[in-house]
Every structure is written in C-alpha cells, then in structure tokens.
Write a protein that binds this ligand. Structure first.
Ligand code: GCW
Length: 699
C-alpha cells in the first residue's frame, strides 16, 4: 500500500528541504559529486515542471535506509531545481520508492522507469531491498545531474561485484599511511561517544557510488584495535554506516593472541590460538552482528604471519576463517616479498601463493594488487589473476597516489584500472571477469582536508573506483564525463575539455616518472620525486637501481628466459606477446627487457632519443593543459579554478625536476649527450641527489 504524506506534512517537509538546501557560500569541494548544482535551460524547466521539490512516496514499510533515500532525493532535487519555491500541481511527477525487504544488501540492484501510479505520473524506483532503492535514488540523481530529462530516465542496474570496498590505511593516532589529504577522518579518541557528522557525509558519498564495505584501519595493524574498547568504537561506526549499506571490516594483526591475548604463541595450529580468535570473533559479532571480517597483511614488510611458525598462508587464513565461520570473510593479502629471497621481487607473490590454490577456505578471499610490484604508475597485470581458479580472488587498487604524485598535480586513475581490468589473462578471461564474482578493494585517499582528497581532481579517483567496482565495463571516459558534470560543469564544451584533460593525465605521469616500462624510481621512503641513483639500501629490491639496471650499454630489467624469467608466470600467449623487445608494446619495454641505449625501437628512434622525448612530451603536455585550464576561467567557480591552477603549476615544476634529475643520472651512466635542441639541465646531478624532503607527508 502506498504511504503518502498529508498536505500539511508535505508542506512542512518542503519548507525543511528548502532551508536545508540553502546554497553553499564557497565551492570548497566538500560536496563532492553530490553538489547538485542547479540545472540550466531546458533541463531545468523540464525538471521544475515535472518534479517540484518534494513528492517522494514510499510504497511499503519505512526504514532508516529509505529515510536516507528520501532525504537524498529531496536534497538532490532541491539543488538541481535551483532552490526554487516549490510548486505542487495536479500533474506533478512523483518519485515512488517501491523497495521490498528492509534486509538485503542491494545485490539485485534497481530499476527506474516512468509509470503512472494511482492515475498520476510517477517515476518509480523499484528494488528487491531498501539498499537497492538507495542505490537507485542516487542513480536517478546522477542521471538528472547530467541533464537527462526526468521522464526519460530508464535504468536497470545491478552491481557487477559483490564486494566494493575501501581499505583505509588509517592509524589509530590519526595519521594515515600514504595519506595526503590531512589526518584520518576517523577520530578514534572520541569514539564511541562522539561521531563526527563528517562520517555520515562519508557514508553518503560512498553509498552514492555503491561502496559497501570499509576496512577502517591500516593493514600494518595495531593489535590493540581488537581490544574491547575498540570494538565499542567500531560498533558505533558500523551502526552509523549500516543504513547506507556499508559493512565494516577490521585489519587484524596476526600476532594479536600474543600481543594482547597473553598467549605464548600466535601459531595458527596451536589450539589455544584458534580458540582465542574464535572468542574474539564472538565478541565482535555480539557488538556488530553484520561485521564483515578481517583484512590481513601477513609475512609482508615485517608484519607477523603464519610463516613465523612454519605454516603457510592458507593455514593462517583458514584458522581465522574458522573463527569467523559463516558470519564473515577473511581477506588475505598477496602483497608479499622477502628480505632473504633473491628471486625477482615481481615473482615472489606468485611463487608463494599459486601453489596454495584450492587450499583456502570458502570464506577466504585472496586480495591481489593490480600489478606484481607495488602500485606503480604502470605495471602489467598481476600474474596471479587467472592462475588460482580454485580461490576467490579480489583486486586491490590504490586510490591514494603514493607513487603518482600524491596530492599534487592530476592523475585520473580510471585508465590505469581499466588497463588492468580489461587485460586478458589468457587463463579464463580478463582480470575483470576473474574478480567480478568477488570484488575490488581500493586504498582510500580521503582525509580531513575540506575537499576530502587533497586536490579536487583526486575525488574523481574515489568516484571512479566505486563506479568501476559497480560496473567494470564503464569506460574511463564515461566516468570522467559524469564526474565532471556533477562536480564542475555540465555544459558540453568545458565538460569535454576537462574529461579529455583527465584522460591523458595518468599517461603524462607515466611519461615523466616511469617512461617505457621503467618503474620504482621514486625517492626512498616518501616515494615522491626522482631518485634513480639510489643503489645502496640494505634490501636490494628497495633500490631504484634494482629496477632500472642501467649500465653503460643499456637499461631495463630482463625478465625473459635469459633473465629472471618472470614471463613464465603468465599464460603462454600473454608471455609471447611480451617476449620480444622488437614487438612488445613500448609501454612494457623496459619492464621486461634490458635494451641497449642505441637500439632503434618502434618509431625509428634510438632508445635514448625516445626516452628523452618522453620527458619532453610530458612537459609540453602539461604546459598545454595549463593553457587549456586558463581558458576555462569563468566557467568554473573561482575558488576551485585557482586551486586546480596551483596544482597544475606544481606538477609542471615536478615534471621538470623528474626529467632533469633522471636525465642527469642516465647521462652519468651512459655518457651520451642530450639530443640536439633539448632543454639544458639546469643543475648538477649532485645537486639533485642532495635534495631532501623531511616534510613530505604520508610516510
Ligand atoms: O606500497 C607499499 C607502501 C606501504 C604499504 C604497502 C602495503 C601499508 O609503501 O606503505 O603498507 O605497500 O601495501 O602493504
């Protein structure tokens, strides 16, 4: 039965919506893509005529989730209609939410269609459960926000992946590992009594793009976050986010039974250890009945794990999985490499995990970074994708730009993630097809900065991550367009301009940091600027020299059969495509091959000429982008225009630094002159080497 509101009630709600929707005074980016800026021209006229501010009807029982959906629609419609005084007419289109069960996670998605309800025109958002209706409400606003007329919106969508997750690398003291947008948004000190309202806005933004799981703390985890006082804090977060369809996960430290449990061991085969985890899980579920489970970084970069007791990853993960039972999931990371292992680092995860295929419990997911190294500006896809058919595999992406300029400049990451998702593994499908039955996790890039992500354009990465986890077949271009329309500007010309600028931005970063398949050349620790000369760190695989292998004759890492033979970890047809330096796609050339400086490569230039050109193209591209942005002055609000212009200026400066320092170093190795006409390098190699950055964030 339709539950409508009485007229008086409706007017009261209209008034409240009207006040709540008072326009923000400055464009600081806080509203993200939920800005709902007034439509213009015909789109505005159509919406105003069709759907005066309020009419949202709920067909069926109410719930906190539906109250949110209703509120979002009201806010959104008010914003899109330019806060006009509402007008109810007999012909007003009503938005009807027809939402089935209160319980449910929205997995069945939603359908939106114009219909007649009780003889009146309506747009019906139908779903099997309330979260589905919430997703549908946001989808309706997204379509309207791009200027689609209300009566023409027909959508039927369901998420492609069950788990659409953010991994926070936030520490309980408020710092964020690899965080570049201020401090953690989670104030553990004042929880559980005080919940920052920002955490509700956070849930809104996440729900609007379909994110349904959040691991709240750093994978380099502190054991005390499993203590009762933290469980109470976590429960407060879970309660706040539940109506938004978001489940909480906790990063768990494998040695917790020893660290906080008073046991002498954390051996996964010791009965008292298994009992300790079981009791811990029971305690968590008593407080958080829908707790998602544990995310674990084990035996990686100094973290404890089952191998400390001679047990495999599978044994460790399964012990935790048994503690959770059918209540939750263990997400076990495959990001591992060892101090005492001289195998090519990019081969170590495969070497440790592939043979464990089929040994992991049903409620274990193995989470694999997009590439075999570590979130570099470009990597080939991880060879474990497709190589563990009996294991649930999930993709881990990094939204925070640890190796791509952090919160400086612009790098729109959807093209990077698409490159991986669309890669054909040669073993049962593309990466997207392999992970779709499970999910995707992204290392979050949000912090306490007013605009959430440090730069305005970094919000596009958060947005794009959610959209791709919802539907990996979306193109980077589509996502850039829809984000731009909702965030900056809807008009075709400037919108296309911005979308195009976004689309090339990551490639530009690749050009000046990691051209032609070079990788991991960033400064030690902070991972910001260039340091290809670093060769003497204790662990060989922390040195840029380990990766570029530049010598007088050539540069690049030979991963063919003559070298580390990393190629053998890929399906034969994939490996064949990369095996020959003459035919491999240039973007992976130096990842897989050591190539003489004077070798002529595709296009006819020598490697050295081409390398120097890559840096120059990046510089030219950035200059053109700055001019293009200048042309948008007046079409974007002044605050954000100025902030982005400053980001761009910083990136140009950094790209020159990357080019100058890198070329100075390569020349010191190969003794070659710069090609004729190249811009001279302003400082000496020694001067670049001497730069230090104690103030660099996120370490
Ligand atoms: O990229 C590296 C980072 C570490 C991080 C690690 C990981 C959380 O430099 O800061 O630690 O990856 O993914 O575990």
């Amino acid at each position: 039965m339709m539950r409508g509101r009485g007229l008086v009630n409706r007017l009261a709600v209209i008034a409240a919506a009207f006040l709540a929707a008072a326009p923000a005074c400055a464009e600081e980016g806080y509203a993200l893509w939920l800005r709902h800026a007034p439509l213009e021209g015909e789109a505005l006229a159509v919406l105003r005529a069709a759907a005066p501010i309020v009419p949202v009807m709920i067909d069926g029982p109410d719930s906190p989730t539906l109250a949110i959906a209703e509120d979002e629609l009201r806010r959104g419609l008010a914003g899109l209609q330019g806060y006009e005084r509402p007008r109810l007419t007999r012909d007003s289109v009503e938005i009807v939410l027809s939402c089935g069960d209160e319980k449910g996670d929205g997995a069945a998605g939603f359908a939106i269609a114009p219909e007649r309800v009780d003889g009146r025109p309506a747009v019906v958002i139908a779903a099997e459960d309330h979260v589905g209706c919430l997703y549908g409400s946001f989808a309706l606003l997204r379509a309207l926000g791009q200027g689609q007329p209300l009566g023409e919106i027909r959508l039927t969508e369901a998420p492609a992946m069950p788990l659409r997750m953010l991994n926070h690398w936030d520490n309980p003291d408020g710092t964020v590992e690899r965080g570049y947008a201020g401090r953690s948004i989670i104030d553990w000190w004042h929880l559980p009594e005080k919940l920052d309202p920002r955490l509700i806005d956070y849930a809104r933004a996440n729900a609007s793009i379909g994110i349904n799981a959040i691991a709240v703390n750093n994978v380099n985890a502190r054991a005390f976050m499993l203590e009762p006082r933290y469980i109470a804090k976590l429960a407060r977060l879970a309660d706040a986010w539940r109506p938004y369809g978001i489940r909480v996960f906790l990063s768990a430290r494998f040695s917790a039974p020893k660290d906080i449990g008073g046991l002498a061991t954390a051996d996964p085969l010791a009965p008292e250890v298994a009992e300790w985890w079981k009791a811990k899980a029971d305690e968590i579920y008593a407080a958080i009945p829908d707790f998602g489970g544990f995310l674990v970084k084990a035996n990686s970069e100094g973290q404890p794990g089952p191998q400390d007791y001679g047990r495999s990853h599978a044994v460790g993960a399964n012990m935790l999985a048994a503690a959770l039972g059918d209540r939750g999931t263990v997400i076990w990371r495959a990001f591992v490499y060892k101090v005492d292992d001289s195998t090519d680092r990019t081969m170590q995860a495969y070497a440790e995990f592939q043979s464990l295929d089929g040994q992991f419990a049903e409620n274990v997911i193995v989470q694999i970074k997009n590439g075999p190294l570590d979130f570099q500006p470009r990597e080939p896809f991880h060879p474990l994708f497709g190589a563990m058919p009996e294991t649930r595999l999930m993709l881990e992406a990094q939204i925070t730009r640890e190796y791509l300029g952090q919160a400086s400049g612009i790098a729109y990451l959807a093209p990077l993630w698409k490159e991986v998702l669309d890669a054909d593994t040669g073993r049962g499908g593309t990466v997207a097809q392999i992970v779709s039955p499970v999910g995707m996790a992204g290392v979050a890039n949000v912090g306490s900065d007013r605009n959430w992500t440090g730069t305005h354009f970094d919000a596009a990465n958060w947005y794009a991550f959610g959209r791709l986890a919802w539907d990996p077949s979306l193109t980077a271009e589509q996502i850039a367009r829809e984000w731009t329309a909702q965030t900056f500007v809807r008009a075709e010309t400037p919108r296309e301009h911005i979308a195009r600028m976004m689309l090339v931005s990551r490639e530009t970063v690749v050009r000046y940091t990691s051209p032609l398949g070079l990788t991991h050349l960033m400064g030690t620790g902070h991972h910001y600027g260039p340091a290809p000369w670093v060769c003497d760190l204790e662990r060989p695989d922390w040195n840029p020299c380990y990766y570029h292998r530049a010598d007088r004759k050539g540069i690049g890492f030979d991963r063919t059969a003559a070298g580390s033979n990393a190629l053998v970890q890929y399906a034969p047809e994939v490996a064949a495509g990369w095996a020959d330096p003459a035919t491999i796609d240039d973007k992976y050339l130096l990842w897989f091959h050591h190539v003489p400086w004077d070798r002529r490569i595709k296009g006819g230039d020598t490697l050295w000429e081409r390398l120097t050109a890559e840096y120059a193209w990046a510089e030219i591209g950035l200059q053109a982008r700055m001019r293009g942005w200048e042309d948008l002055r007046g079409q974007i609000d002044a605050e954000r225009h100025a902030a982005v212009a400053a980001d761009m200026a910083r990136e140009l400066k950094d790209a020159r630094w990357w080019r100058d320092a890198s070329l100075a170093y390569w020349q010191s190795v190969n003794g070659l002159p710069l090609p004729a006409g190249a811009r001279p390098i302003p400082e000496s190699l020694e001067a670049y080497k001497a730069r230090t950055f104690p103030e660099a964030p996120g370490q």
